[in-house]
Ligand binder design. Structure first.
Ligand SMILES: Cc1cc2nc3c(=O)[nH]c(=O)nc-3n(C[C@H](O)[C@H](O)[C@H](O)COP(=O)(O)O)c2cc1C
Length: 364
């Protein structure tokens, strides 16, 4: 921990309180962006004679060495409290049953207070799932090194570590950590220190191709695009009256998820998240270039409902993905990735202005 001296230690109870606030706000308030993720602009080509047997369609994908029955993850959300433990357990049990992936929320609280490690540890209920650990880039910029990363990985038996990028959230918090100056350098040295795959994960602001290129040394990207949970909205509710106006202004800031997928296509592994709500969204995300999809807010809401709600929701999404694949005549996800996709409206306008030849997607 060579730079530990420059790390501004946070009181672990403050970190825990913040995570608890996030969960409560997300469950009680409207926190989604008013701008959608862009999937309404995306059309797949309907095949009246699909020439596939629905029962033979495979949604299987291998990601970071783990095979999932469908390209779907419950995104990292929580940890650090007893309630978080119970939510993580529910999500992990369902992901194990459906053979999906799952992330835990920021593990900062357990780095600050090791006694909280139990709340992130789900391997007993989910020995086989693709499990993604989570720490924030601001913490690494302020002094975390491979030591904390290793601790986050080994304590929970993670297969991958996601480093979350949340400049928007930090900027609209009155006390946010806004020095991102050495961000790429810090990620580069972390990558050298750690053997487990590392991905960079946005949290609602989306990702552009310039960032994707600068981070191409990582093992993957999660675009965390605009169109789902808005962390500016979450912070709006946490802020005092006088700080709310700024968070309100940035409620809809960012690169929509559909745009972000196209911009980041070519990453070693590409996860689409931010407003993924149906299996049709998943099919479109994969046709645009994603390897896997993730969802957070609906999974949280389902996990606090009665037993079985989360499993029903995820099962429904996988069925919808399968139907979309059937209607496009695609037997596998590789085939879906090559299927024609028409990009219209604002998404087309945006991508055209960025120099993307959208017609190539429609004519492949
Ligand atoms: C309650 C809640 C807590 C979250 N906490 C984290 C976190 O600790 N680390 C992280 O990388 N992302 C976190 N996220 C962001 C999600 O992982 C995801 O990127 C984002 O919410 C977009 O997905 P969605 O539109 O399906 O909610 C959180 C999201 C929610 C709803």
């Amino acid at each position: 921990m060579e730079q530990q001296g420059s790390y501004r230690a946070d009181d672990s109870s403050v970190t825990e309180k913040r995570k608890e606030d996030h969960i409560n706000i997300c469950l009680q308030q409207h926190v989604e962006s008013q701008i959608g993720p862009g999937f309404d602009d995306i059309f797949l080509i309907h095949q009246s004679v699909p020439e596939v047997d629905f029962s033979q369609i495979s949604t299987e994908v291998t990601l970071f060495g783990k095979t999932l029955d469908a390209p779907l993850l419950v995104e990292g959300m929580t940890g650090g409290t007893a309630r978080a433990k119970s939510l993580n357990e529910t999500m992990a049990t369902v992901c194990q049953r459906l053979k999906l992936g799952m992330g835990v929320g920021s593990q900062r609280a357990m780095i600050e207070d090791h006694a909280l490690s139990y709340s992130y540890s789900v391997r007993e209920s989910a020995p086989d799932i693709l499990l993604i650990g989570n720490l924030g880039l601001p913490q690494f910029i302020m002094g975390y090194t491979g030591v904390e990363a290793e601790q986050a990985i080994t304590t929970i038996g993670a297969d991958v570590l996601a480093i979350h990028l949340n400049p928007l959230q930090e900027a609209v918090q009155p006390e946010g950590d806004c020095n991102f100056e050495s961000g790429v350098k810090v990620l580069r040295s972390l990558k050298k220190e750690i053997d487990v795959p590392i991905i960079a994960k946005e949290t609602g602001g989306g990702m552009c191709r310039e960032v994707a290129k600068r981070l191409s040394f990582l093992d993957g990207l999660d675009v965390g695009g605009l169109g789902g949970t808005s962390f500016s909205a979450v912070e709006y509710y946490r802020n005092t009256e006088e700080d709310r106006e700024i968070a309100a202004q940035f409620w809809n800031w960012g690169m929509p998820t559909a745009v972000s997928i196209v911009e980041c296509a070519g990453a070693r592994a590409l996860i689409a998240s931010g407003g993924i709500r149906t299996g049709i969204d998943m099919a479109k995300a994969i046709a645009l270039g994603a390897d896997c999809c993730g969802l957070a807010l609906p999974a949280l809401k389902a996990a606090v409902e009665k037993e079985g709600t989360l499993e029903e929701m995820l099962t429904r999404m996988i069925k919808e993905l399968k139907i979309a694949m059937f209607l496009c005549g695609c037997k596998t996800l590789d085939h879906l990735k090559r299927t024609p996709v028409v990009i219209t409206g604002k998404t087309r306008e945006f991508l055209k202005e960025r120099g993307v030849k959208t017609e190539l997607y429609a004519q492949r």
